[in-house]
Write a protein that binds this ligand. Structure first.
Ligand code: UD1
Length: 420
């Protein structure tokens, strides 16, 4: 298996890329398809490892899956009789597996889902998910590493307020409440575009949902849902990664099939760093013709600066002109990759959830290890502005979120390949 990226520094990325569907949306749509018996079609599905893992999970629950790679069409045939257990070997590979919890409890009145355990980007509890489901009437307990949730008499709508606008908890509660008896009001809900996409998917299945994209979502439960045909939204994190790639390497990238309105804060930050961003017919063009200026950023739930682009902003600040502070407000463990970046010579000091970065003109190549999907992409971008050859280990992380990343970088003029 070619698990390392070999990155030759010194490239200025120029050319065009096309963005496919959002990983963080598609995985949730796949889980939500369990809510209706019959064949649901999801379009614009990226060819990434996480889609394969979710497909395996749904197959083990009894679904039949067909994926056609060239046009990214995924057909999920959901049987009447569905399994209710999500095994540890899959959940540990991909935390989004816990998104089957809500749909399974809603449809079957029972679910057993392995606890995802530790994660390289922070503790990531499940308490908001379970508290929300409990308020809908599902009793949950832990047994042998599994969450066992039961609602033998069905779910009943409730008023639920989240302590934090958690994306996963909002999704699990929404996908359970659509089949609950009566009305659910979910307050302090997440507002990410992925939530709106999932809500629209559920509405197209017959669900009654209002308030999507606001902190207050109202759901009136229906008796059954029907299969649907839905095209997912473009991946805003992949779009943002390409935009940062252009800025970091002083390049010029036209990004097709993306939605800049989902990325207002990160794109504004890039403009402050000196990038010129223009909108095109189906996306944006990001051009940078000098060394970026250092920029302060604090990550926040949407519409704030996304935590998933935090490695990219730290990589940019590492080679920027000036000093910057990056504050991580969503995942406390997300600075792990900073140690890898300092191996490339970056000048970064971490204090709690703040990273203070002093930009230097060029990084110095070294072998580094990707700790998660976005850290992997950030290290590859950092390798592009290092002298010499950087090897990034843990390429499988990158494959979880970026389809054909090495090939796409090559098409933009970079010397990046996979080696064993
Ligand atoms: C999703 C995304 C991830 C993104 C994150 C925030 C997917 C597959 N992943 O993750 O890429 O970085 O949103 O935009 O879509 N928390 C608790 N208890 C809970 C739930 C969450 O304490 O029950 C905490 C987490 O530890 C974290 C914060 O809440 O500190 C936000 O987590 P959440 O929004 O739930 O992120 P995910 O859905 O896991």
């Amino acid at each position: 298996m070619l698990d390392r990226f070999k990155v030759v520094g010194g490239a200025s990325l120029k050319g065009e890329v096309s963005v496919t569907g959002a990983k963080n949306s598609v995985l949730k749509l796949m889980a939500a398809s369990l809510l209706a018996v019959g064949k649901t079609t999801i379009r614009n599905v990226p060819e990434i490892a996480d889609v394969e893992i979710m497909s395996e999970l749904l197959t083990r629950l009894g679904c039949k899956i067909e994926y056609s790679a060239p046009n990214g069409t995924l057909n999920i045939d959901v049987p009447e009789k569905l399994g209710h257990r999500a095994d540890y070997d899959l959940v540990r590979k991909m935390r989004a597996s816990i998104n089957v919890l809500g749909p399974l409890v809603a449809r079957l009145g029972e679910a057993e889902v392995a606890l995802p355990g530790g994660d390289a980007i922070g503790s990531r509890g499940l308490d908001f998910h379970l508290k929300g489901l409990a308020e809908l009437g599902a009793k949950a307990h832990n047994e042998h590493g599994y969450v066992i949730a039961e609602a033998p008499h069905g779910l009943v709508g409730a008023e639920i307020t989240l302590d934090f606008p958690s994306v996963g908890a909002t999704e699990n509660i929404m996908t359970a409440a659509v089949l609950a008896k009566g009305k659910t009001i979910l307050d302090n809900a997440a507002r990410e575009p992925d939530i709106v996409d999932l809500g629209n998917f559920l509405i197209s299945m017959g669900a009654d949902i209002t308030g999507l994209g606001t902190p207050k979502i109202e759901i009136i439960g229906v008796k059954t849902l029907t299969p649907t045909d839905h095209t997912t939204l473009p991946d805003r994190v992949v779009t943002g990664t390409w935009a940062f790639a252009a800025a970091i390497t002083q390049g010029d990238i036209t990004i097709h099939n993306c939605r800049p309105s989902d990325l207002e804060v990160p794109l504004d930050k890039l403009v402050l760093a000196g990038a010129v961003i223009t909108t095109t017919k189906d996306g944006i063009r990001v051009k940078m013709d000098r060394r970026p200026k250092a920029i302060d950023v604090a990550t926040l739930p949407y519409p704030g600066f996304p935590t998933d682009l935090q490695p990219m902003i730290i990589a940019l600040n590492s080679i920027a002109d000036g000093d910057a502070i990056v504050t991580e407000n969503v995942f406390e463990g997300r600075f792990m990759f900073v140690n890898e970046l300092t191996r490339l010579g970056a000048k970064i000091r971490v204090d709690g959830h703040h990273a203070a970065i002093s930009g230097i003109p060029q990084l110095s190549s070294a072998p580094v290890v990707a700790t998660d999907i976005r850290a992997g992409a950030g290290l590859i971008l950092a390798g592009l502005v290092s002298d010499g050859v950087t090897f990034v280990e843990g390429g499988y992380h990158v494959d979880r979120g970026y389809p054909n990343f090495a090939e796409q970088l090559q098409a933009l003029g970079a010397d990046v390949s996979r080696v064993d």
